[in-house]
Design a protein around this ligand. Sequence first.
Ligand code: FAD
Length: 484
Amino acid sequence: MCHTGIGTLPILYFGTPEQKAKYLPKLASGEYIGAYALTEAGSGSDALAAKTKAVLSPDGKHYILHGEKMFITNGAWADVITVFAKIDGEHFTGFIVERGFEGVSHGKEEVKMGIHGSSTVPIILQDAKVPVENVLGEIGKGHKIAFNVLNVGRWKLGAATVGGCKRVLEHSVRYVKERKQFGQPLSTFEIIQDKIANSVIKTYVTETMMYRYAGTLDDAISTLDKTDADYDQKTLKMVEEYAIEASICKVYGSEAMDFVADEGVQMHGGYGYIQEYPVEAFYRNSRINRIYEGTNEINRMIIPGTLLKRALKGEIDLMGEIQRILGQLKDGFPKETDQRTLVNRTNLVNQAKKLAVYVSGVAVQKYMADIKDRQSFMVAMADFIIEIYAMESALLRSLQLIKQLGEEKARIPIAITKIYVTEKCAELVTMAKQFCANVAKGDDAAYEKYEKAITRILDVKPIDTLNLRLQIAQHAIENDGYAI
Ligand SMILES: Cc1cc2nc3c(=O)[nH]c(=O)nc-3n(C[C@H](O)[C@H](O)[C@H](O)COP(=O)(O)OP(=O)(O)OC[C@H]3O[C@@H](n4cnc5c(N)ncnc54)[C@H](O)[C@@H]3O)c2cc1C
């Protein structure tokens, strides 16, 4: 993960032709292992506050790097490390640092909660001599490397969680089929079936989001001319364009995997807590995903933050959309005829989008430019956006499956989508009400106005999710795990 992502991509996207020719073939063959050193003891989430310093040597041939990087994956065995340092303590810049350069060493292995197969060490730069030709990208533009590479890493992390969820389900379903209590297999109990169904639902939605992001990015990149001298830069622009989706994939995937691993341990009972059983390791290994590649808190801030920046630049018409929805509030929204069909979930998702725009409008009107500093509102907006992307992805895939396979063969995806969209929309309504109550600050008349609008925009009727969940669980039990 680290080697093919943050360990290699900085040189792939930002290297000069000479740097690429020197390092990429060996990184691709595995002869060289790559690492990426951004974090320091005093600067984690606030990565640009790094203290590692670079000064040009008197003969102008080297940059002398001094400082210490913290928690560097692959650090003990990497041959090539992208290190970020500030030239003269000011200009944040990337450097390609070889393990063999004078003054480069690493500290002792951290003793970690999980992912014991990886190396995590400090990288020590004690007046390390880095040739000037190893400056990566432009001086003072290191943040472009650091953040763009993380965008790809975030999606990759999300994609990897799908595999983790499937493996946990496989182990857990097999276990509950074999283990008997009260004279019957655990898999026959409704509560256990509920856990299986919920884990399948999370896995399906996560998987769908990851393919959606990959497909969207692939489609965008396939419009580019590979012979264009600026191909790599244009590819990066596309990656930047989908930075919001990358953060969504990271946050959703890491939380889905934690949920599934946690339920996996629970289905194993005491055995889930014992190292001999694989779910124990999944539970520990999963936990890091919410922390690295930007913590989920930071990624949640990035999602609405990027959107608001684009709105300010005029790239998206957020204020226009808010006005349109306020107008529709007066005229009324189209009513659903039958909430039980999947096609009508489309209407719910569309209304959920309108609700997200409405609550954003409420917050923007109240806090104007200060909104980005109101973290609770930003996080709520992020959760709206994440869930809408999740619901819509599941819905689009299921509608496609109906077209390809027919309703009978697509019955499990249909069941998953019906449950997911209905329950999430109901949660979004509750969230919107809470959000507006916080904005209203005890002003009952203001809150009632908001509540009336929320109810008009999104009116969700509960459906029989119990029966649908049983079908989903039964399918997983028959197939020894996730089989969609
Ligand atoms: C196993 C492992 C491998 C790693 N690999 C690498 C690697 O290869 N390269 C690399 O450069 N780094 C790596 N890291 C570092 C990782 O990216 C950082 O740990 C992470 O970014 C968080 O930084 P921090 O630990 O300093 O936590 P802090 O930044 O101190 O955060 C602590 C808590 O405060 C929250 N927080 C921080 N700022 C805010 C804010 N503004 N608003 C609200 N909440 C906030 C965070 O979300 C978090 O919950 C690795 C870490 C680990 C544990």
